[in-house]
Write a protein of this length. Sequence first.
Length: 401
Amino acid sequence: MTDFAATRASFFLPEGVIYLDGNSLGPLPRAAADRVHDTVTEEWGKLLIRGWNAGAGGTGWMPQPDRLGDRIGRLIGAPAGSVAVGDTLSIKVFQCLAAALALRPDRSVILSDTGNFPSDLYMADGLTRLMQGKTVRTVAPEDVTAALDETIAVLMLTEVDYRTGRMHDMAQLTAAAQAKGIVVVWDLAHSAGALPVDLQGCGPEFAAGCTYKYLNAGPGAPAFVYVRPDIAEHVQPALAGWLGHAAPFDFDLTYRPGPGLARMRVGTPAVLQMAALEAALDIWDRVDMKDVRARSITLSERFIAEVERNCGDEVALASPRDPHQRGSQVSFRHPEGYAVMQALIARGVIGDFRAPDRIRFGFAPLYNTEEEVVEAARILADILTHRSWDTPRFHARAAVT
């Protein structure tokens, strides 16, 4: 049984703040600052370039993407050797899409949905503009199954909708797509660390995700990529980086892909960010994802009940009512959602806003408590009752919402 009091104590949480935005940026693990400091002073500082072979406690910086990938793999139901860390999520999505299209050269369409994260769609659009005859098609999330046909090369979906928390059925959609010969790519940005994922059981060809949300590795932390082991030796990465080469330090002028998943590596590993990720994963090593999911549902259900009891019709639930159909986040609609969220933040309740009118709250059982969600709902009700959101300073838009 996961000890959530112990995991909460493992994070630096500012006094007087109820943090319900870990679905956008996780808080600082207490061990991360010391881990990064040691990497800077003891490894970069003293080992210098020797750190690539002797850093990370003597195992070297260079193999870290694979070691950390295996630790993330446990949280997303992936077998050892099928997950690697590095680059950004957008880059990994691009890589997966390009490799997926190469597996179906006789087909022309990437299918996605209108609820997908825009960056994923931008990557798909940019890729198809480089490839004659390839296109991107989007349909409403609920229409994906009906849209599957033999013209589609790739199905690219985000399991949990970033705006509402609505969940796709990964197993059902993967099976339905593959029955029509479609290659499947899943974005796990709002899944990894939020709910149990079973990549091995569901069988998609590719998946990617980020580590700075529920995994708490810090701003700009590296992404991860998954390739199903049985196809890894056949994948053709369009972004053929030098660290994906079979022998990077032979410095061949001709690219030869590395073995299996190794070919999905592109740029130099972000050593300092990986140190923070390592510290964050030390907490996850003590966690059972089934416990996380159960606690997440308890927190989100309590929050919805408190908001609807105290706020009346001032806000409307924008997330699925059934907790088993949403991830670990809840959104409400309000016509002045941005100002309402700024008023909440000023009162110490940190969530975020997603256009056009959604106030969004993430629930992370590793550090959120039921008492916090009750208090957050009370403060929201007070703000709405007294219209304290309706001041010029709360309407002024910042660069990040």
